[in-house]
Design a protein around this ligand. Structure first.
Ligand SMILES: [Zn+2]
Length: 504
C-alpha cells in the first residue's frame, strides 16, 4: 500500500472514530439517557459534529486526495474509496459556517413547532417553520449543485446518484398497476387479524424476538437489543451493531416486524468488511440498499409461508391463550392483510408505496416551487383520496404524521420504496441461485440466504453504485416488475383472486 494511501486511510478512520462515537451518544440518548441529560448531550453532539466537519474539510485531506486521484497504482477498490471521499470532501467544503448554523437553528425550531402542531393537530402552527426550512433546502440544492432537477441534490444525500426523473418514472409505473391491484383486493372477501390484538405478555414477546434474531444469524457477540419508543438500528463498527424494538402487549405486530426489520438492517452492518472501517468499502451503500436488506427479511422472508412454517409452532407454544384456536392458515392470512390506511408506518407492504409516492410528489413540488407550504394539507388530503380512497380526518393523522420534514430530511422518503423494490428483485435472484431456498427457510435454516446476502451485498460496502450492484447481482438495473410478480403471486393466492397473466 502506498504511503499516501495509508495516510488517507488513517485520516478517514479518525473521522470514523468520531462519527461512531457520536452514534454511541445518539443511541444512549434514545435508549437510556435520563431526561435531564438532554441539554448537555445536545452540546456534546454539536461539539463532536463540529470536530467531524473540521477533520472532514482539513486541507491535509484535500492534498492527499488530489495526489491519490492521479495515482495509477491504486487497485479498483482503493480508487473507489478515494473517489467517494473526494466527492464528500468537495461537498463538505461548499457549506459555509453561517449556512450550517442557520440550518441547524431552523431544524431545531421546526422540530419543536412540529411536536406542538402535531399535538394540537394544527398544520398552521408548523407552516411558517416549514416554509423557512423549504427555503433553506432550496438554497442547499444550489450549494450542492445539480444538472437536471434541484431535488436531485437532496436525493443524492440519501441515495447517491439517484435521479428525480428516474424515481418519477418508477412511481408512475407503480401507480399504473398498483391502484387497480389494490382495488381488486378490496373487492375480495376480507381476512381477519383480530387475534393479533389479543393479550401477548411482554417478556414472552421479548424472548420470541430474540429467537427470531438468533435464527436470522444476528450475532449477539457483535451487538445487543434494547427497547426504545421508535425501533432503530445503529452501529459503532461492524462488530458492534445495536438494534432496538418496541413491545405492545395488545398488538403482536409491533415487536415481530420491528425485530425482523431491524434485524435485516443489522445483518447488513455486521457483514460490512471490518478492514475497511471508515472507508466507503466499509460502509453501507445507500439508504435504499439498506432498506432492501431490512425489507427482504421483513417482507419477502418474514411475511412468507415458509418462515412461519418454521416459527409458528414456537410462537403458538408461547401464547396458547391468544393463538390456541388460530390455525396456521388464519395466521398467515391475518399477517398479510392489505387495506388502505392513514398512517404510513402501519401500512401493509402494498399500500405502503402510496404513502411514499404522495410524500415524494409533495416534496418534489415544494423544492421546485410549484406548490406553496400553505396548500399542503389540502393537497395531502386530495392525494390520499385519489390513490387510497380514504378521507383524512385531521392534520395529525395526515400531513403532520411524519418527523422527516421537521428534521429537514427532504429526499429521504423514496428510499423506503426503492428498498422494497430492490428486495423483491434480489430475492427473485436468490431463489434462482440458492438450491431449495424456501425449504431451507421452512426448516429454520437461514444460513444459505445470509451467506448469499453477505457475498452479494454486504461484502462490497459502498464500492459499487446502487445501479452497478443491482446489475452485478440480478443482471439488470432496478425494475419494478419483480415486485409486481412477487405481489401478484402472493396476494392472488391470499385473496383467492383469478390469476392474472399480464405483468407490469
Ligand atoms: Zn428500515
Amino acid at each position: 500500500m502506498s504511503l499516501k494511501y495509508e495516510q488517507f486511510k488513517n485520516h478517514l478512520q479518525k473521522v470514523g472514530d468520531l462519527k461512531y462515537a457520536a452514534n454511541v451518544l445518539h443511541w444512549d440518548q434514545e435508549v437510556y439517557m435520563p431526561k435531564n441529560g438532554a441539554g448537555p448531550r445536545a452540546q456534546q453532539l454539536a461539539t463532536l459534529s463540529g470536530v467531524i466537519h473540521e477533520l472532514s474539510t482539513d486541507k491535509k485531506l484535500g492534498d492527499l486526495l488530489a495526489e491519490l486521484r492521479t495515482d495509477s497504482t491504486l487497485t479498483f477498490e482503493q480508487k473507489r474509496n478515494v473517489e467517494d471521499a473526494f466527492d464528500k470532501y468537495t461537498k463538505n467544503l461548499r457549506y459555509d459556517v453561517s449556512f450550517v448554523q442557520e440550518m441547524s437553528m431552523a431544524v431545531s425550531e421546526a422540530f419543536q413547532s412540529w411536536n406542538k402542531a402535531k399535538e394540537a393537530s394544527d398544520f398552521s402552527m408548523f407552516a411558517p417553520h416549514l416554509e423557512k426550512l423549504v427555503k433553506l433546502k432550496r438554497q442547499e440544492t444550489e450549494i450542492l449543485g445539480y444538472t437536471d432537477h434541484p431535488y436531485d441534490a437532496l436525493l443524492d444525500q440519501f441515495e447517491p446518484k439517484a435521479k428525480t426523473a428516474d424515481i418519477t418514472a418508477l412511481f408512475e409505473d407503480v401507480k399504473s398497476v398498483m391502484v387497480d391491484f389494490v382495488k381488486e383486493i378490496a373487492a375480495c372477501p376480507q381476512n381477519d387479524d383480530a387475534f393479533m390484538s389479543a393479550h401477548y405478555d411482554k417478556d414472552d414477546q421479548w424472548d420470541f424476538g430474540i429467537e427470531l434474531l438468533t435464527q436470522m444469524g444476528y450475532d449477539f457477540d457483535s451487538g445487543r437489543q434494547d427497547v426504545s419508543s421508535h425501533p432503530f438500528t445503529t452501529n459503532f463498527s461492524a462488530t458492534d451493531v445495536r438494534v432496538t424494538t418496541r413491545i405492545n402487549e395488545n398488538d403482536l405486530n409491533e415487536m415481530i416486524w420491528s425485530c425482523i426489520h431491524e434485524g435485516g438492517h443489522a445483518l447488513y452492518e455486521q457483514g460490512l468488511p471490518t478492514e475497511e472501517y471508515g472507508l466507503a468499502g466499509g460502509e453501507y451503500l445507500s439508504l435504499g440498499v439498506h432498506e432492501s436488506q431490512s425489507r427482504l427479511w421483513e417482507n419477502n422472508v418474514g411475511r412468507g409461508k415458509s418462515y412461519w412454517k418454521a416459527n409458528y409452532a414456537s410462537l403458538k407454544a408461547k401464547f396458547p391463550e391468544a393463538l390456541g384456536n388460530v390455525s396456521f392458515d388464519q395466521f398467515y392470512r391475518g399477517m398479510n392483510i392489505v387495506k388502505p390506511s392513514l398512517i404510513r408506518t402501519n401500512a401493509d407492504e402494498l399500500t405502503y408505496h402510496f404513502h411514499i409516492i404522495i410524500r415524494f410528489e409533495i416534496e418534489k413540488a415544494l423544492i421546485e416551487g410549484s406548490v406553496e407550504v400553505n396548500d399542503l394539507p389540502a393537497l395531502w388530503n386530495a392525494k390520499y383520496k385519489e390513490y387510497l380512497d380514504i378521507d383524512v380526518p385531521s392534520d395529525a393523522m395526515g400531513v403532520l404524521q411524519d418527523i422527516h420534514w421537521a428534521h429537514g430530511g427532504f429526499g429521504y422518503f423514496p428510499t423506503y420504496s426503492i428498498g422494497s423494490f430492490y428486495a423483491a428483485q434480489f430475492y427473485a435472484t436468490a431463489k434462482e441461485e440458492i438450491p431449495g431456498l424456501e425449504a431451507e427457510i421452512e426448516a429454520g435454516n437461514m444460513k444459505p440466504l445470509l451467506a448469499w446476502l453477505r457475498e452479494k451485498v454486504h461484502a462490497h460496502g459502498r464500492i459499487y453504485t446502487a445501479d452497478e450492484l443491482c446489475e452485478r447481482i440480478t443482471g439488470s438495473k432496478l425494475n419494478f416488475s419483480h415486485f409486481m410478480t412477487y405481489a401478484r403471486a402472493k396476494y392472488s393466492e391470499l385473496y383467492a383472486m383469478a390469476p392474472v397473466s399480464q405483468e407490469a
